[in-house]
Design a protein around this ligand. Structure first.
Ligand SMILES: [Zn+2]
Length: 305
């Protein structure tokens, strides 16, 4: 009689949260559902203290999960059209810092950086993609540092009135190191603006690990607002603004429903159908996505004391 074989489930040891040192335990495993670069399951843990969620072991070949079409570079006319469509980001910044020297970390091809330059800011950018860097420097005329290590790159830059990081913070290997560098670089009274997925989102409660903003394995951290606020305070950064219902958050709500449905199909045709169906669903449930602090993303502004 053969013994019942135990299935080869990988048991994740609990381990300390990289953000607060609290005890973190296995939450779920999920594959790369958004881009299907591989079928490797990725394990996420959740901290019992600060409730942050993080990828247990980022792949050593993480670069290959950022496909080249992740950064389709537009002509300057196309860029201007995109920039003219929505001024939410630059308007948010200008409410707290009307002018000065601005750093954007992870601008991709630079829609916001271009808006900031047009608004009169002196603009520096830190970007890892070589093609984007060339475009940002040669076509947009920005001061470019090419680096995949923003905390280190920031140390070599002059002081800033504004540091902005839009949907890149969740990709950072070491959020604490970033906050430390950003806080040290900011002028007194300067602001740090961060937008990122909101793990308190209603969609996350409904969709669980299939929530497109988990985006395994590219998203290394999903940090609740209160954990982020406490973390930033350790570096002398004080929260002055918070929303999960600006136009960016609402577009990420839409993306969540569209991508969730598109990810259920492999055929391009069905994905196009689901793009439309997802848009419809997002309209029907908009009130639930927007209720309280339930948006799929949040924007938070900190001021250096
Ligand atoms: Zn924690």
């Amino acid at each position: 009689m053969s013994m019942i074989q135990e299935s080869p489930v990988v048991r994740i040891q609990s381990r300390p949260c990289p953000l607060c040192g609290g005890k973190a335990e296995a939450l779920f495993t999920v594959t790369d559902e958004n881009h299907r670069v591989s079928q490797v399951p990725y394990a996420y843990l959740k901290c019992s203290n600060c409730c942050s969620i993080f990828l247990d072991k980022p792949p050593v070949d993480l670069g290959r999960y950022y496909r080249s079409d992740y950064y389709a570079i537009p002509s300057i006319e196309q860029l201007q059209k995109i920039a003219d469509k929505d001024h939410n980001k630059i308007n948010t910044v200008r409410r707290f810092a009307p002018n000065g020297r601005l750093l954007e970390v992870g601008p991709a091809f630079g829609v916001f950086a271009w808006q900031a330059k047009q608004a009169g800011f002196v603009v520096d950018v830190v970007e890892m993609d070589a093609r984007c860097c060339e475009y940002l420097q040669d076509t947009l005329g920005l001061n470019v540092t090419q680096s995949g290590d923003p905390p280190e790159a920031i140390k070599a830059l002059p002081p800033h009135d504004v540091i902005a990081i839009w949907h890149v913070f969740e990709h950072l290997a070491d959020p604490r190191a970033f906050l430390s560098s950003a806080a040290a670089n900011l002028k007194p009274g300067g602001i740090l603006v961060v937008a990122m997925p909101n793990p308190d989102a209603w969609q996350f409660r409904v969709m669980g690990r299939h929530w497109p903003h988990v985006d395994a394995p590219r998203h290394l951290f999903l940090i609740p607002e209160n954990a982020m606020t406490n973390l930033a305070a350790q570096f002398g950064l004080e929260k002055v603004f918070l929303t999960s219902d600006d136009s960016d958050a609402r577009s990420w709500n839409r993306f969540g429903w569209q991508r969730l449905l598109m990810n259920r199909f492999r055929s391009k045709f069905m994905q196009r159908v689901m793009f439309v169906v997802g848009y419809g669903v997002s309209l029907v449930v908009a009130a639930l996505d927007r209720r309280g602090f339930s948006g799929s993303a949040y924007t938070i502004v900190f001021r250096k004391k």
